[in-house]
Design a protein around this ligand. Structure first.
Ligand code: CP
Ligand code: NVA
Length: 303
């Protein structure tokens, strides 16, 4: 059965199919389509949205979520990812994993027949981005041709999935970041292979937001990057903070998005998160609906 480790694991048509189911699930949240399915959430890092939206979503469809904190599993005492994967394969129907190293996710997926879903790694956050483009479609009526401007750490997991997702779905993604935090060349290349000129990289956030339909930001210090906190804040502040001043350079009806959690006075100010352009909590809600649809898709269940 298929894994979902990268947003590129689904084609545009498959994403549209998932969104169609998500729309229906948003109207009718409860069913028994996951009856008798045991789904393990294996997390190495903290989580609020991802954990709860998956657990609640699985419950709403009659399935059974099992949460395992990696630090209290035998992984923390040195059991290999491979032995863990071979074992879990005998117990559960799917593993949803949040890991530090993307390569560990790949190892887990390779040691299991059952599907593995990326609930965030250092490389990508595909569940987030699948839901975020759904939110853009809901708010603006389309994704194709929409100007999405990511301001901040252009090489983090959220930015990477946003770039690749935009390439698949037809959005024009601009990344505004300091040179040393601009997207990895391999990601730009991958995006351009999917769709030519799908991503633009600039240094000046003011220039970037001028004709933005969406401004997106994420933390400057991702989980796992804490050692670099001081250097990162120095590189990003004050230029890359999304605040009222930067928003005033964008079209008045621009959407503001953030995957959350937000770090106030770093990448964003509180007035922007709670301001009229912000859709951050609708974004968070849509994680629930879109991930439920994703699970059905990965189990080849139609509705
Ligand atoms: N956006 C997101 O993935 O949030 P959590 O870390 O709370 O799951
Ligand atoms: N880039 C952030 C996303 C958190 C949901 C991190 O990895 O910490």
């Amino acid at each position: 059965m298929a894994d979902f480790l990268s947003v590129t694991d689904l084609s545009k048509d498959e994403i549209l199919e998932v969104w169609g189911m998500a729309e229906r699930l948003k109207k009718n949240p409860y069913n028994t389509l996951l009856k008798n399915k045991n789904i393990l959430l294996l997390f190495e890092k903290p989580s609020t949205r991802t954990r709860v939206s998956f657990e609640a979503g699985i419950n709403q469809m009659g399935g059974y979520p099992i949460y395992m904190d990696a630090s209290t599993s035998q992984l923390s005492r040195g059991e290999s990812i491979e032995d863990t994967g071979h074992t879990l394969d005998r117990y559960v129907d799917m593993v949803i994993a949040r890991v530090y190293r993307h390569e560990d996710l790949v190892k887990l997926a390779m040691s299991m027949e059952k599907p593995v879903v990326n609930a965030l790694s250092d490389l990508e956050h595909p569940c987030q981005i699948l839901a975020d483009y759904f939110t853009i479609k809901e708010k603006l009526g389309k994704v194709e041709g929409v100007n999405v401007v990511f301001v901040g750490d252009g090489r983090n997991n959220v930015a990477t999935s946003l770039i690749l997702g935009g390439a698949i779905l037809g959005a024009n993604v601009t990344v505004a970041s300091p040179k040393e935090y601009s997207p990895r060349p391999a990601i730009i290349e991958m995006a351009n292979e999917i769709r030519n000129n799908s991503v633009r990289v600039v240094e000046d956030p003011i220039e970037a937001v001028k004709d933005a339909d969406v401004i997106y930001t994420d933390v400057f210090v991702s989980m796992g990057d804490e050692k670099e906190k001081e250097a990162r804040l120095k590189a990003f502040l004050p230029k890359y903070q999304v605040n009222a001043k930067l928003l005033s350079k964008a079209p008045e009806d621009v959407l503001f998005m953030h995957c959350l959690p937000a770090h106030y006075e770093e990448e964003v100010t509180k007035d922007v998160i709670y301001g009229k352009n912000s859709v951050v909590f609708d974004q968070a809600e849509n994680r629930l609906h879109v991930q439920k649809a994703l699970l059905l898709k990965l189990f080849s269940i139609t509705m």
